[in-house]
Design a protein around this ligand. Structure first.
Ligand code: UD1
Length: 419
């Protein structure tokens, strides 16, 4: 298994371009299943989750190729409606393929997404919405078989919690269903609006994304289209934190500051100077970061749960004690034990992490526990004096396109050791 080697201490400086959003590209790739023609997707990040999505598309009988950051998917023909267990397991968000496959073929067989690193990740909201739209679901031997005998039809759906994945699955299933679907209590994340923009340019009629109520008027069929994925707001936050802990100054290009309001607030509170200039952000770190008394993760536009580990790592070297409250996932703090190997002082109990800032971290050997927890270790290692080795980096590669190259372009002493 490959590792990342970092000799910490270099202040980051310079400019980088932020990748396309992982959480947009995956549902958009799933959405190409609904498009009877060729779709061209630009700003596709190089990620293992993207590769897995392309494998799923090919398994279903679509033509899917990727060159550089452009993916070309031909959805003229689809020949299968199942997603093999091995691919379901590679990427937990593969559940978002369900709505698209059933929307196109009237059937879908997937394995139940397995246990997850962030605590239980049920899909009850996805399934109950699909059953309101005419889908019969049976579960046997770990497989879900979904059938829409009489086709999918529109429904009024009340989501008890604004789940991102459930909102996406409903939009995908409803795009070509008969009649109108309304989602009350929909998730409002920008990646959902990006999915709707893609589908609308393919001929769908989806209104209200970014608000609580999304209306989808089913259309007969969708055609292929061209689309550019929005910038990744969590990757942007990660690079900002790398600059913040090292006392650096960097400019990020290809970002959408309006998607990052709650995150930018935390950086400013911690003493960073954050300048916005169109699609660029320049962050300048203070001599020492200050504590941010309390940060709570919330659904969008609140503070994103995925940026939690990133700010916990950053505040571990702030002056004073900060508190992070995780309100979305039950078990998000597994990375905290790994951060302690660097000398961070973090206490976690239930959904609360208390971070007592220390002035120095020292290099450590550690292992990524999950994607964003892995990013937290990179941030700590960039700050720490001496050498750090981060293992289990396949978690990091699920979400960060060329993280070692980007950080080394900013002056970090970082290397990928391929094994
Ligand atoms: C998506 C993102 C993930 C992010 C999360 C929250 C992708 C590929 N992943 O994940 O990076 O951390 O949004 O912003 O876009 N829940 C239920 N029942 C359901 C569905 C969800 O109880 O049927 C619960 C989950 O257990 C969790 C919470 O709702 O506690 C949020 O989940 P959800 O918004 O669905 O996140 P994902 O779509 O899995």
């Amino acid at each position: 298994m490959s590792e990342i080697l970092i000799n910490g201490g270099n202040p980051l400086s310079g400019e980088i371009t932020v990748q396309g959003a992982k959480n947009s590209v995956l549902p958009v790739l799933a959405a190409t299943i609904l498009c009877e023609g060729e779709s061209v997707i630009h700003n596709c990040p190089r990620l293992s989750d993207v590769e897995t999505s392309l494998k799923i598309l090919r398994h279903l009988g679509l033509k899917a190729v990727k060159q550089g950051d452009t993916a070309v998917i031909d959805g003229t023909k689809i020949s299968e409606y199942d997603i093999p267990d091995s691919l379901m397991r590679e990427m937990r968000s593969s559940v978002v393929f369900l709505g698209a496959v059933i929307g196109r073929t009237g059937k879908a067989v997937i394995s139940s997404p397995g246990g997850c690193e962030l605590g239980p990740r049920p899909i009850d909201l996805h399934l109950s919405a699909l059953s309101l739209m005419g889908v019969t679901i049976t579960e046997e031997h770990g497989y879900l078989t979904c059938t829409a005998e009489n086709g999918l039809y529109g429904a009024e759906i009340n989501l008890g919690f604004p789940s991102v994945g459930a909102t996406e699955n409903i939009i995908l299933a409803a795009a070509t269903a008969k009649g109108k679907t309304v989602i009350h209590g929909a998730a409002k994340e920008p990646e959902i609006s990006d999915l709707a923009d893609f589908l609308n340019s393919a001929g769908a009629r989806i209104y209200g994304c970014g608000s609580d109520t999304v209306s989808i008027y089913g259309v007969e069929r969708l055609k292929g289209t061209e689309h550019t994925i929005i910038p990744d707001r969590i990757a942007a936050a990660t690079y900002m934190a790398c600059a913040a802990v090292t006392g650096g100054k960097i400019t990020l290009n290809n970002v959408m500051p309006s998607h990052m309001v709650s995150v930018l607030w935390v950086f400013r509170e911690s003493g960073c100077n954050v300048e916005l200039n169109g699609k660029s952000i320049t962050v300048t770190a203070p001599r020492r970061l200050c504590r941010v008394p309390t940060i709570r993760s919330l659904v969008y536009p609140g503070f994103p749960t995925d940026a939690g580990p990133i700010v916990v790592a950053m505040l571990s070297v702030a002056d004073g004690t900060s508190v992070f409250v995780e309100n979305i996932f039950e078990n998000r703090f597994r990375f905290a034990d790994e951060l302690k190997r660097f000398g961070a002082k973090i206490k976690t109990e239930g959904k609360v992490a208390v971070i007592e800032g220390v002035s120095e971290l020292s290099g450590a050997e550690c292992k990524a526990t999950d994607l964003r927890g892995g990013a937290a270790l990179v941030i700590a290692a960039l700050k720490a004096g001496g050498k750090s080795i981060i293992g289990e980096i396949q978690h990091i590669e699920r979400g960060y396109d060329g993280i070692t190259d980007r950080l080394s372009a900013l002056g970090a002493d970082i290397r990928l050791i391929e094994k």
